[in-house]
Design a binder for this molecule. Sequence first.
Ligand code: AMP
Length: 211
Amino acid sequence: MNILLIGPQGSGKGTQARFLADKFGFFYFETGDFLRNLAKTNPVVKEIIECGKLVPNKEMSSYVQSYFDKKGVYDQIIFDGFPRTVEQYDFFKKWLKGKEVNIDLVIVLEINEETSIKRLEARRLDPKTGMIYNLITDMPPKGVSLKSLIQREDDKPDAIKERLKLYRKRTLPLIKKLEKDTKVVKINGEEHIEKIREEIERIVNNEKSND
Ligand code: AMP
């Protein structure tokens, strides 16, 4: 079973995906992290990410394809951040079919734009460890100085606006298409983290028992 997590920036996808990966033993594919790594050696990708635009569909699809081909893993994956456009999905669906697997479940975490902006503006990165904290919901532990934390370029206001615009324009039509193809469950991402976690766990358990 493969799961796709979709939601605007700051919806808590990463937190929930890590929980699912731990709980059910899925492989977690975090597209943003994957691209930030790639950006270390690819200045074009670096520039695109920093201004909050999308890596072109063709390149994006081929990066993901070669990553999974190298790993030889096609099932029991949680996809977070890819596919995020109709074009990426069309490519990916065909490719997965060739591997005799599917996206079996789509979980959409819904939050409003105000919440998204508030959460992203409070996000901080520890450049030494790569840990992400949030000045509202997830403060760093004692011993980590607030002064040492930085704000990612793409968490600054202009980039956030661009990312949310792209979510509306490119990802909302994808959700509509997925609803015709596979099981899509929408969850209120404004709820408490634990409540969302329990709901997602119940949905996945349910899906597994229907497998
Ligand atoms: P994220 O942390 O998921 O918001 O991703 C960080 C940045 O990586 C995005 O703002 C885009 O620039 C890029 N990115 C992530 N996923 C994709 C995708 N599926 N297609 C194109 N660009 C992407």
